[in-house]
Design a protein around this ligand. Structure first.
Ligand SMILES: Nc1ncnc2c1ncn2[C@@H]1O[C@H](COP(=O)(O)OP(=O)(O)OP(=O)(O)O)[C@@H](O)[C@H]1O
Length: 220
């Protein structure tokens, strides 16, 4: 009895110019599951997540989604958005961007998520006036409001204090329980231990084009 794969990536390879970053990586994101992507700096975690979310195209292999599957991406770096004159609330509301007009329910969801991630008091602040952790909370709120089937999260708690990290971990657990799939890149062992599966990417090629990354997929 197989679980339903919301997102399938088969035999993905990716190179920047001549440098291979990923070779022959296969990933399935199943409903109600969480996949942790681990590996050292430069091993290709962000690259893999970008391929899964469709913001980059693989050099070989392909990514497919089940019908009506929405993918929400929390990128590790989002410098551009800070240049916009957005307040915290406006940024969080973007999570409901697919709505033509926000309903009372949407506004309530925005408010509750802001309370949950403790950014309600920052509602009118501009993004560029936030600390790193406050900014990360804002982007997490925006991401989790998307009601996606698949959440692709790049080091979601790296900038967070211990208490907020716990809150986000609770959110991850709830999201999986609600039937979504999560793919999370992380250096935090506690975080990857929440996952039902993990994929370890090998040491990066670090500018050399000789070795291909070692991959190891296993279930806990
Ligand atoms: N735009 C780019 N052009 C060329 N090379 C790049 C580019 N972006 C990333 N790379 C290289 O691709 C490799 C994989 O980078 P990636 O960001 O996917 O690693 P990562 O595992 O997410 O690292 P970290 O743990 O540091 O976040 C690295 O060697 C990196 O230097």
């Amino acid at each position: 009895m197989g679980m339903s794969a919301l997102l399938t990536a088969e035999n993905l390879s990716f190179r920047y110019g001549g440098t291979p970053v990923l070779q022959d990586v296969t990933v399935r994101a199943e409903a109600g599951s969480m996949l942790a992507v681990t590996g050292p700096n430069g091993s290709g975690k962000s690259t893999l997540l970008h391929l899964l979310a469709g913001v980059e195209r693989p050099s070989a292999g392909h990514v497919s989604r089940a019908p009506k599957t929405r993918v929400a991406l929390l990128p590790q770096r989002t410098g551009d958005i800070d240049a916009l004159p957005l307040t915290v609330t406006e940024c969080v509301r973007i999570g409901r961007f697919t709505r033509r007009r926000l309903t009372r329910t949407d506004h309530t969801a925005v408010r509750l998520m802001m309370e949950r991630l403790e950014i309600a008091h920052l509602a009118r602040r501009r993004l560029r006036e936030l600390s790193g952790g406050q900014r990360q909370r804002t982007l997490l709120a925006q991401t989790f409001l998307q009601e996606a089937e698949v959440y692709v999260l790049d080091e979601p708690t790296a900038a967070l204090d211990a208490e907020t990290r716990r809150r986000v971990h609770d959110l991850l657990i709830e999201t999986v329980r609600d039937g979504a799939a999560i793919v999370v890149a992380s250096h935090d062992n506690e975080e990857s231990a929440l996952a039902s599966h993990s994929l370890r990417l090998g040491p990066g090629n670090g500018g050399s084009s000789t070795d291909s990354p070692v991959r190891r997929a296993f279930s806990r």
